[in-house]
Design a protein around this ligand. Structure first.
Ligand SMILES: [Zn+2]
Length: 378
């Protein structure tokens, strides 16, 4: 089990708020500070947040009453006077559920702790199921993991294929046979818990940003059966006019044709870089250039991503998917193509890397969504 510790630089106590939101905002600042930096005394909290000790003590009391914070014992920091008692986010006393509906033929769910560690897993095969049958299996799976939780649950995060509109409605997810499925309300009504639904690549970028090493300006491209992307710009997830930002899989790359895509167009990015298409191309590759499909996929990906990286002035491009396909030749070709196509001064600190633990990235990112909302953690 990993012990990922989120970083302190996420805390921004200076954000402006409306007076009516003041208390909730202040509660969230205390939680963010504890979550990011770790346990500390009320006096330290007050100092770091620029609040009075009385205010902080009052906020901490409320958070302890609600079960969000706990006292750990006396501080070991040696200072004149009485040692302060350490308080922390209730890391072991609260849990969240993550659900990943974007894997091939299987629905996955897990109970996670507040540091993103997976405590319990469950899954359901979906083989030929479609439409309502998949919804029923999602509910069945969610009920199973709720039953396996060993602490109060903050909520449920769901990463799903397809575009997710306002209110957690899945516009269209062909692989699940879904059109306009109000997934958030369905799961919330069945469980009574807060529910957050996002596209699977958006969940993945949340995991990389909050639990991984992602910085404030990054694009994550998730490569599996399809190709999707998630964007964090200035520390905020980009949603877009149609809730579809990052959806680059069906953008045509180049003017030289290519294979016909399942969407009907020719030469979509997905035809070059989806995992099944890459595996097929590798099988068909000649013995003299067995890695050529990987090099070409990296190059096409670079051609598609260069304008995105330039327009948003990003500093990281992260690939999430099968390492045997994405590491090595593909990553190197992507890196090279981006540097060849971008302004040199913007690429000196450009990082092109693979995401950690891609198999669990959607489960963990979906749970992060719950933390963002319920703890104000970013
Ligand atoms: Zn397409």
């Amino acid at each position: 089990m990993s012990t990922t510790v989120p970083r302190a630089r996420r805390v921004s106590p200076r954000s402006a708020v409306l007076p009516a939101h003041g208390r909730r905002h202040n509660l969230s600042l205390v939680l963010q500070m504890l979550y990011s930096v770790g346990a500390m005394s009320r006096a330290d909290l007050a100092r770091r947040l620029g609040m009075s000790k009385v205010t902080v003590s009052d906020l901490v009391s409320e958070l302890m009453d609600s079960g969000h914070a706990v006292e750990l014992g006396p501080s070991e920091v040696v200072r004149p006077g009485k040692p302060g008692t350490l308080v922390d986010v209730n890391r072991t006393g609260l849990q969240a559920i993550g659900v990943d509906l974007a894997e091939h033929e299987v629905l996955r769910a897990a109970v996670l702790d507040l540091d993103g560690n997976i405590l319990v897993r469950a899954e359901r095969a979906i083989a030929d199921d479609s439409g309502q049958a998949v919804v029923d299996k999602v509910l069945d799976l969610v009920h199973e993991v709720i039953g396996a939780a060993t602490a109060p649950l903050l909520g449920i995060g769901v990463g799903t294929p397809g575009i997710v509109g306002p209110g957690g409605v899945v516009d269209t997810a062909p692989n699940l046979g879904w059109t306009d499925v109000p997934l958030r309300d369905i799961v919330a009504n069945a469980t009574g818990l807060p529910v957050f639904v996002v596209n699977d690549a958006d969940a993945a970028v949340h995991a990389d940003y909050t639990l991984g090493e992602g910085g404030d300006d990054l694009v994550l491209v998730k490569i599996g059966r399809g190709v999707g992307g998630g964007l964090i710009v200035g520390g905020q997830r980009v949603r877009g006019a149609h809730f579809a930002s990052g959806e680059i899989g069906h953008v045509t790359v180049g003017t030289d044709g290519g294979a016909t895509c399942r969407c009907g167009k020719v030469g979509c990015l997905e035809t070059w870089v989806s995992a099944p298409n890459l595996e097929k191309a590798l099988e068909a590759a000649g013995a003299d250039a067995p890695q050529e499909p990987l090099r070409e996929a990296g190059e096409r990906l670079g051609i598609a991503l260069a304008p995105v990286v330039a327009a948003l002035d990003l500093s990281e491009v992260v690939l999430s998917g099968p390492e045997h396909l994405l590491g090595g030749v593909l990553r190197d070709a992507l890196d090279e193509t981006l540097r060849a196509r971008l302004l040199a001064r913007t690429t000196t600190d450009l990082t092109v890397r693979l995401a950690h633990r891609p198999d669990d990235i959607v489960l963990r990112g979906a749970a992060v969504l719950v933390l963002w909302d319920q703890l104000g953690v970013a």
